[in-house]
Structure formats: C-alpha cells, structure tokens
Design a binder for this molecule. Structure first.
Ligand code: HEM
Length: 128
C-alpha cells in the first residue's frame, strides 16, 4: 500500500520525479530545456514551495504563475496538447508514488490550476 503525501520531503520526491519525466518528454521537454532554458537548481525549490503551499497551505509561495506562463506563451505558443500532457504526467507521477486524500487533492488542484492557466492563455474549451 502506497502512503499519502504527508511531509515536505514527500513533496520534494513528487516534484523531482515529475520534472525528471517532463525534461525527458518529447512535447514538454523542449519547452523547458530549449525555450525557457530553465535553471533547475533555482526552479525546483520554487516548485517545492508552490506545492507545499498548494497541498498544505504552508504560506511558502507567493509568486504569480499566471503571468509567467502568459509571458512564456508570448515567446512560444503553448497548445492544449501541452496542458493535456502536463496533467497526464503529473497524475501518473502522483499515482506512482502516493495514494490517499492528499494525493487525490494534489491531482485535483493540479488539474484545476492547469485549466485556469490554459483557459486564460488559450480560451475556455480550446483544442490543439
Ligand atoms: C503547458 C504546461 C506548462 C508548461 C509548458 C510550463 C512551463 C513552465 C516554465 C518554462 C516555467 C519557468 C521555469 C523557470 O524558468 O524557472 C514555469 C514555472 C512555473 N510553473 Fe509551469 N508550465 C506548465 C503548466 C503549469 C501548471 C499546470 C502549473 C500549476 C499547477 C504550473 C506551475 C508553475 C509554477 C508555480 C512556476 C513557477 C513560477 C514562479 O517562478 O513563481 N505550470 N512553468
């Protein structure tokens, strides 16, 4: 039986595994590696804080992901397929490592936030 997401260490495992898959993904990998040229040493701790805050309301994150993704979209056209892939990889990663209430909540919140960013950037219900 897999355990639930309970600690900051669990969040770090989830985020590390998620971005390992994202980096290697044929669709999302190039956006992070070639378009944004992400500095992972800087980005990963921000994402630990984001998910810590999103799952445990820890107050660790106060950035503006919406603005950042709009800016990214201005440099490289994101499509519905990018968001679908993001959600698939996120859900697969959560299920691979955890199960329980917080794991379900993480998937739900991830999906909701993805839908909000996507509709803001692409318009509601858009495909591609
Ligand atoms: C099409 C899907 C997505 C792509 C291609 C994408 C890509 C990116 C990139 C390139 C960055 C900048 C990283 C850096 O340079 O440090 C970023 C930051 C970030 N992304 Fe995404 N993202 C996607 C979806 C999402 C979703 C669905 C969420 C939330 C559930 C999310 C949350 C964040 C957060 C919190 C940051 C950091 C913002 C900050 O620095 O304060 N992203 N994303």
């Amino acid at each position: 039986m897999k355990k639930d997401i309970r600690t900051r260490r669990d969040i770090e495992r989830l985020v590390d595994r998620f971005y390992d898959k994202v980096k290697a993904d044929d669709l999302l990998g190039p956006v992070f590696n070639d378009v944004a040229r992400v500095n992972w040493e800087r980005h990963l701790p921000v994402m630990y804080d984001f998910w810590d805050n999103t799952i445990f309301f820890s107050g660790t994150y106060s950035g503006n992901p919406m603005l950042l993704h709009q800016h990214l979209h201005g440099r490289f056209a994101l499509t519905a397929s990018h968001f679908d892939r993001w959600i698939d990889i996120f859900n697969i990663t959560v299920d691979e490592l955890f199960s329980g209430e917080n794991a379900s909540m993480a998937k739900q919140r991830g999906g909701n936030i993805a839908a909000v960013i996507r509709s803001k950037i692409l318009g509601i219900g858009s495909r591609g």
